[in-house]
Design a protein around this ligand. Structure first.
Ligand code: ADP
Ligand code: MG
Length: 285
């Protein structure tokens, strides 16, 4: 990949990040429409609902996570673009959402030009890591985030590389459809490349199967294949195809706020519990 090269060699300081809070997790898959944004919004909401302090970083120029959390485009005076280009601190880009303990740094379309604008700047792959590091360092005790979830664009570009360089782990949403596994090996290869150059601490948190339909034979077959191929990396929790999940963003609400009792909300709460459980296991090993 062209955005990973010698000038971007890691300087070792990323290991500082790994020691403490927050846990930084990227929602990544270069395929579009697989549930990255839906998972960022709803896993974030579920984690906040059970007491975590969560920041979502919208790194997709489409800004769907920002819109889905009800952040009006007119209220994005300061965005992740301003942060990555070096004109603002991450703290300036953060706004509260209607969900207690859930904040977001919104994105705008400007982000799509970032790669060209940064050119071959030496630290271009570390812009987000450094911004989150500064946020962490300046947080008042008890007000720091416990989770940062980064919503990646559907591409393995400089934005996704920034996300991976800043993260402890990636969480991969996989849609239960025929081509689910296609592209996964390329994604895993990119993770490997980032690990050997930019961020030796990067791991795969897990793979979440999305838009599962138990009545559909193909859906069941895909689940079996992915579980066979990826083993324990696949979360037990599967996110069902649920119309409430797809309706919620048009109201600017997470599904847990739109309809707490629906199967989609239940699934995201279960996923949050599983994510926290894996975190505990990682820490004790
Ligand atoms: P990505 O961020 O990977 O491009 P999205 O999260 O935006 O994917 O999801 C793509 C579309 O599928 C959106 O319209 C979203 O509302 C819908 N969607 C996502 N997950 C589900 C689900 N579990 N059930 C029904 N619709 C879903
Ligand atoms: Mg998206």
């Amino acid at each position: 990949m062209t955005v990973i090269d010698q000038s971007n060699q890691g300087d070792g300081s990323s290991s500082d990040n790994a020691a403490g809070h927050p846990r930084i997790i990227s929602l990544a898959n270069q395929k579009g429409g697989v549930g990255k944004t839906t998972t960022a919004i709803n896993l974030g909401t579920a984690l906040a609902a059970i007491g975590e302090r969560v920041l979502i970083v919208d790194l997709d120029p489409q800004g769907n996570a920002s819109t889905g959390l009800g952040i009006d485009r007119r209220n994005r005076n300061c965005s992740t673009y301003d942060v990555l280009i070096g004109e603002a601190d991450l703290r300036e880009a953060i706004v509260e959402t209607a969900v207690p303990r859930l904040h977001i740094a919104a994105s705008t379309m400007d982000l799509s030009g970032l790669e060209l604008e940064l050119g071959a700047t030496r630290d271009r792959a570390f812009r987000l890591r450094d911004a989150i590091g500064a946020l962490n360092a300046n947080a008042a005790p008890g007000t720091d985030y416990t989770y940062v979830l980064i919503d990646c664009p559907p591409s393995l570009n400089l934005l996704t590389v920034n996300a991976m360089a800043a993260s402890h782990a990636i969480l991969v949403p996989l849609q239960c459809e025929f081509f689910a596994l296609e592209g996964l090996s390329q994604l895993l290869q990119t993770v490997e490349q980032v690990r050997s150059t930019l961020n030796p601490n990067l791991s795969i948190h897990g793979i979440v199967l999305t838009m599962f339909d138990s009545r559909n034979n193909l859906s069941n077959q895909v689940v079996a294949d992915v579980r066979q191929f990826m083993g324990a990396k696949v979360y037990d929790t599967m996110i069902p195809r649920n119309v409430r999940i797809s309706e919620a963003p048009s109201y600017g609400k997470p599904v847990l706020v739109y309809d707490l009792k629906c199967v989609g909300s239940e699934a995201y709460l279960k996923l949050a519990t599983e994510v926290i459980q894996r975190e505990r296991e990682l820490r004790t090993h």
